[in-house]
Ligand binder design. Structure first.
Ligand code: PLP
Length: 434
């Protein structure tokens, strides 16, 4: 028995599925979750002393790699001053100023403790601002686990037997409208029917929770245009794409200025932080100024604020993004000739779509577009991912244990690390049945 197996047996007795977030369990790939003791740079080490090249990167926040010295220093300094004050303090001010001065459409923001909380709060603001209750979201987009968002949400739910969650209030289902991605006609139909009741449209501008589904800018712009025409707000959920595809996230790439934005992951430097922000007039609806109540005992925790600031400072000049783009392009190039593999990529976010025989015909190199909605996924891609998952793990590659989670490249991945991943993928894909 490995040490991971021993710990897993104990964990099963005290926590549902032995984990504290379902995507960490190995239910969809089978076997025992690997218990990690820590990470350094691009590598994780498990309790049995094995090392892995990490491409899960804590599901996104660790854009600089594990144990980044600048972030560590700032955390140690912050700890020395005290780690929870429950008062006004200068650290959240500094981080808020840093962000608002670099992202013009984030005029005001409020820190919370997770992406889920950020989304939940932004929806509340949108409902208060418009006096409407319906929310439009998109199939395959995940926005955290608030009731209203747990419909057709992808990722941890994508390969579960049930598409939704149990325990949702009836209101969640009746007030949330779900539209397909990449489909302007469907969007127009939704607005024709419900336009005057929709408080907001929420979308991951770079949907990255059900594989990776880059959207056409025209689609995102049409969405914003329809929302504006019907008096609905646009919320860009940039929990993954914020500070990841560029410091300002995806909004400038889409050419859309959202009314509200939600952040998580990178913004806290790997500590539990989320934020929602946007137009000042909307954010001024939030307590204590306005009638929208939202609060948090541990919000804007000083250690997390300092970690976030150290991370954002390292990202602001853009050089990290240039390096990440180069590594991403290298990965794509090195995987180009793998039969049946479609690599969906935006910067340092990638998704391996194991399309099998259908893949050859759909390759981007052959002039085919990116996959843009879950309906376009080739049959059997999840099963093929399961088939390569453990062989990759045995070769020391740690990917997210779910076919529909994306991979992340970090600043600590060297060119040789990328080649290591590509070589391992080529080897295990070669062993797959056609
Ligand atoms: C786009 C998006 N929104 C919201 C969330 C929820 O964030 P958290 O897990 O911090 O609650 C996630 C989490 O993966 C996400 O990817």
């Amino acid at each position: 028995m490995t040490r991971s197996e021993e710990l897993y047996a104990r964990a099963l007795k005290v926590a549902p599925g032995g984990v504290h977030s379902p995507v960490r369990a190995f239910r969809s790939v089978g076997g025992t979750p690997v218990f990690m003791t820590g990470g350094q740079g691009a590598r994780l080490r498990d309790v049995d002393g094995r090392e892995y090249l990490d491409f899960c990167m804590a599901f996104g926040p660790m854009i600089l790699g594990h144990g980044n010295p600048a972030v560590r220093e700032s955390v140690i300094e912050a700890l020395g001053r005290g780690w929870s004050l429950g008062t006004a303090e200068p650290y959240s001010l500094e981080l808020a100023e840093y962000i608002t001065s670099r992202i013009p459409w984030v005029e005001n923001l409020r820190f919370v403790n997770s992406g889920t909380e950020a989304v939940m709060s932004a929806l509340r603001v949108a409902r208060a601002a418009t006096g409407r209750s319906k929310i439009l979201k998109f199939e395959g987009c995940y926005h955290g686990h608030a009731d209203a968002m747990l419909l057709r949400a992808g990722s941890g739910l994508a390969d579960a037997p049930l598409p939704d969650s149990a325990g949702l209030g009836a209101l969640a289902a009746s007030e949330t409208i779900v539209a397909p991605l990449d489909d302007e006609a469907a969007l127009e139909a939704v607005f024709d029917h419900h336009g005057k009741q929709i408080a907001c449209v929420i979308i991951e501008p770079l949907p990255a929770n059900y594989g990776l589904l880059p959207q056409r800018s025209e689609f995102l712009r049409r969405l914003a245009q329809l929302a504006q025409q019907h008096g609905a707000l646009v919320i860009f959920d940039e929990v993954i794409s914020g500070f990841r595809v560029g410091f300002q996230g995806y909004a400038p790439l889409a050419g859309v200025t959202p009314d509200l934005v939600t952040y998580g992951k990178i913004i806290g430097g790997g500590f539990p932080v989320g934020a929602y922000g946007g137009r000042r007039d909307l954010m001024q609806l939030v307590a204590p100024v306005g009638p929208v109540y939202q609060a948090g005992t541990l919000s804007a925790n000083p250690v997390a604020m300092c970690a976030g600031l150290a991370m954002l400072r390292a990202l602001s000049d853009g050089s990290v993004y240039a390096q990440l783009e180069a590594r991403g392009a290298q990965l794509e190039h090195e995987l180009e000739s793998v039969p049946g593999l479609i690599v969906q990529r935006k910067g340092s976010v990638f998704w391996l779509c194991l399309a099998g025989a259908a893949g050859a015909a759909r390759r981007r190199g052959a002039g085919n577009p990116l996959l843009r909605s879950p309906a376009q996924y080739p049959e059997g891609c999840a099963q093929r991912y399961v088939a390569i998952y453990h062989p990759l793990l045995a070769r020391g590659i740690y990917l997210a244990p779910s076919a529909f989670e994306v991979g992340f490249i970090c600043a600590a991945h060297s060119s040789a690390d990328i080649t290591g991943l590509a070589t391992a993928i080529r080897a295990v894909c070669g062993a797959l049945p056609a």
